[in-house]
Design a protein around this ligand. Sequence first.
Ligand code: ACO
Length: 441
Amino acid sequence: MTTEDKATEHKATLSFSDGTPSVDFPMMKGTVGPDVIDIRKLYGATGKFTYDTGFLSTASCNSTVTYIDGDAGKLLYRGYPIEQLATHCDFLEVCYLLYYGELPNAPALEEFKDLVMHHTMVHEQMQFAIRGFRRDSHPMAILTGLVGGMAAFYPDSLDINSPEQQDISFVRLVAKMPTMVAMAYKYSIGQPYIYPVNRLGYASNFMHMMFATPCEDYEPNPVLVRAMDRIFTLHADHEQNASTSTVRLCGSSGTSPFSAIAAGVACLWGPAHGGANQACLEMLEQIQADGGMAKVGEFMEKVKDKHSASRLMGFGHRVYKNFDPRAKLMQETCKEVLAALGLENDPIFKLAMALEKIALEDPYFVERKLYPNVDFYSGIVQRALGIPTSMFTCIFALARTIGWVAQWKEMITDSEYRIGRPRQLYTGSVERDVPPRRGRS
Ligand code: ACO
């Protein structure tokens, strides 16, 4: 969409009480969602900036990748509802869709899968790079280093202005991320790295690299592989969240795609972003350790108490003020996985169901529009798959890589693309002279 396509006949008028003449701003329209006020000329016209910490009211870009309607509980990738994609497509199909904009036909999909699965091996020197890290390093710290290090291992795809090199970097990132995540895991538990097996599917190859050893094969269970694949699909993109905005801002300087994605990995590591499913699982385990079902009522009173710092982890979302559509799909997967493993009576799952039931009926949660988010069930699923909590954020990073790459590519090919450079409201000292050292208090 060009700027002309987005223009509407409406305008917004900003008036001032400090004598500055009022100014008109164009209003722009997307395909769906709220209109936006184009304030790009604000500073030139008035010498003033807007103030919007946390970007609560600011659209930082145009995007055609993902659309969220938080009030309706809707998530679309390239226009397709997440429910349909998670049911009818596999993760690599979703990767193709997110990057190229359209779903592949059957031959294109086969060709794409073949391409990705033949780029799964990483440069052999990478295993020596990992050895420089302490064994007790957090896998996310290792992953951040490895992804950034790809710029050193793959210098032939760093030209961001070459469409061929953009595509090569995209394939390398999607193909090698599972290998790097599995290597970070194996290193942290002192086991040898397991090489990828290209004849396996994307998710089953990842599980093979995580769980096989040189002494024992890993037998993929189709229900568990499908669950892993669905976790990837549900986390593939989520519009302009903190890590995606970080990728865009970092990439806007023209740095390599690997450096920009490494910035996204670093941002995702924070507990307010990628770490919530770990926190949710730990909360459930703590309630179980404190007495399980008998303690649910007491715990719910605590999370509602204004004076307590506790929250019901896995509940509430900044954007979704109705249900999180990913949570419903994850709950379905959770039931399938536990049934396949004969764990229907898993006490943690039962506890989660009991908490959810109470919360959905409790006026405190209903009035505040607090519904389960994707993290409420994804921790239980990952635990059942045998993934340790320290790896949860790495799995999220693996899945979100496609979203980051698709948004990076969209940004650098956008005619309106320019380096990101927010302004500030300066509240520090006015200009002053440096006093002599001896005269300072
Ligand atoms: N448990 C108890 N009370 C809650 C919860 C919760 N999980 N979430 C929000 N509230 C309450 C707040 O105390 C506040 O109550 P008040 O109006 O009486 O003061 C009200 O609901 C609004 O809360 P905010 O923090 O303003 O809501 P916001 O939209 O900013 O926060 C957030 C969203 C951070 C996700 C919050 O709901 C939360 O902390 N949830 C738990 C952590 C979590 O699950 N995070 C995962 C998010 S999904 C993801 O990252 C993939």
